[in-house]
Design a protein around this ligand. Structure first.
Ligand SMILES: [Fe+2]
Ligand SMILES: [Fe+2]
Length: 152
């Protein structure tokens, strides 16, 4: 069986890899490649966040009995900080503005590194523990059902 932590960590790594591809292409002025990779990245990360907010955070809140003032509140507010950066990245790609893309991508990168680490070290392991093997497996199956293909 695959724990929630492994599944979600892999999704973080996959998104990171696509993000790097987009940034490298934008830096090199290859806008077609940058737009393709960034489009995939944005779709994947937005789906990732959606699954956390729809499925994982509510399960965490239910099992831990915390919502207001708890860790999911922090995670949700960090997601809120990310959303305008997604829009800035999209706008920069459209304008073929490498500097603007680089700045928005860097700002996102800084939030994401910390954010993902907190999820991987605390939120996902606690979920695996509280849901138990069967519950975690059912949750991974639900996550998989809504996963986007590699190149969406
Ligand atoms: Fe998250
Ligand atoms: Fe995450």
């Amino acid at each position: 069986m695959e724990p929630i932590n492994d599944y979600m960590m892999k999704d973080h790594r996959d998104c990171d890899g696509i993000f790097e591809r987009a940034r490298d292409a934008a830096d090199a002025g290859d806008w077609d490649a940058a737009a393709r990779a960034a489009g995939t990245f944005l779709a994947r990360i937005e789906r990732h966040i959606e699954l956390e907010e729809d499925l994982l955070f509510p399960a965490f809140e239910e099992s831990s009995g915390t919502s207001v003032g708890g860790p999911t509140e922090t995670m949700r507010s960090e997601h809120v900080q990310m959303r305008p950066l997604f829009e800035q990245m999209r706008a920069a790609l459209e304008a073929k503005n490498a500097r603007q893309y680089g700045e928005a991508a860097q700002a996102l990168h800084e939030i994401l590194m910390q954010h993902n680490m907190k999820e991987e070290q605390m939120m996902y392991p606690m979920l695996d523990q509280s849901l138990g093997d069967d519950g975690a497996q059912r949750m991974v199956a639900r996550l998989r059902e809504r996963a986007l293909p590699e190149t969406a």
